[in-house]
Design a protein around this ligand. Structure first.
Ligand SMILES: O=C(O)CCC(=O)C(=O)O
Length: 287
């Protein structure tokens, strides 16, 4: 990652690297998806657009499990996983060393596929995906790498972001979240098939515009994390005290004692208990 890329990344919260895959590699990845097209799942209409007028459309087609496809179909995606163009940049972006947290996921689109309301933006502040830097070293807890398997032209839709929003000190206005009144802040980067997009997932304000092109959208999203950050993936199962430590060690512990034995798991949506101290100085589970 050279100084120009680092400047752009730090300033905007995203980065495009063009022509990473050869046309043969793009074809192989597209053929793998074609082969399993019957496994593509279509979401409900407007599940992602929610209360937005601008983002309304038909349900979003997605396909997971790409690393587990039978050979040779998994190969194009396994190559992407630890591709040199990714490794050299994530080693800088994530404060050195990183791992796959979850994904990869195909996000597809046909003309009229809905968008996704803008999110991330450090609201609320979540250290495990936040961006900061100290002593000239940048750090981002969560970085998504998107591989484009089809061209994304200006105005086509797909990924959008608010450049610089990872440093914003003020809450995102509702019109930006819905894109109904985005104040001209939202950018939809154009790029060709074979290029990759890095973005600060969680720190930066980002989402999806409805797909407008007659040609299909095919983006493969890999969700990486800094090595010290655990978002989701297998963390749900591994974080249980009986798994993270072992069943004998935690056997007979009180609920309060057990609460401090959970392994790392940040996006747990209430599945991991928190402790607090009540007014009588008694440690208890937070309501
Ligand atoms: O590429 C896109 O459509 C945006 C996906 C997104 O918002 C996300 O992965 O959090």
């Amino acid at each position: 990652m050279d100084e120009r890329e680092l400047y752009f990344w730090d300033l905007t919260g995203y980065l495009i690297v063009r022509n990473v895959l050869t046309s043969e590699e793009v074809v192989a990845a597209n053929e793998a998806i074609d082969h399993f097209a019957d496994r593509i799942q279509i979401g409900e209409d407007n599940q992602g657009a929610r209360d937005s007028e601008t983002l309304r459309g038909t349900g979003r087609p997605t396909l997971g499990g790409l690393l587990e496809l039978p050979k040779p179909y998994c190969d194009p995606f396994r190559k992407m996983l630890a591709h040199p163009a990714v490794v050299m940049r994530l080693n800088v972006m994530c404060g050195r060393y990183f791992r796959l947290d979850h994904g990869p996921l195909l996000i597809a689109g046909v003309k009229g596929t809905e968008g996704l309301t803008l999110h991330g933006s450090g609201e609320p502040h979540r250290p495990y995906v936040a961006y900061h830097h100290q002593n000239d070293v940048p750090y981002c807890g969560g970085v998504t790498v998107t591989w484009q398997l089809t061209d994304v032209k200006e105005g086509d839709g797909g990924f959008v972001c608010v450049p610089g929003s990872h440093k914003s000190q003020y809450p995102m206005p509702d019109g930006v979240r819905t894109c109904d009144d985005d104040l001209g802040t939202v950018v939809q980067p154009a790029m060709s098939a074979g290029g990759i997009l890095f973005f600060m997932d969680g720190a930066q304000t980002h989402g999806t515009h409805p797909w407008q092109s007659e040609a299909p959208r095919r983006s493969i999203l890999f969700k990486y994390a800094a090595r010290n950050s655990v978002r989701s993936g297998p963390a749900r199962a591994l974080a249980m005290p009986e798994v993270w430590w072992n069943a004998e060690l935690v056997e007979g512990m009180t609920e309060v004692q057990r609460a401090v034995m959970y392994g790392p798991y940040s996006n747990h949506a209430g599945a991991v208990p928190f402790l607090t101290v009540d007014e009588d100085d008694v440690v208890c589970l937070e309501e």
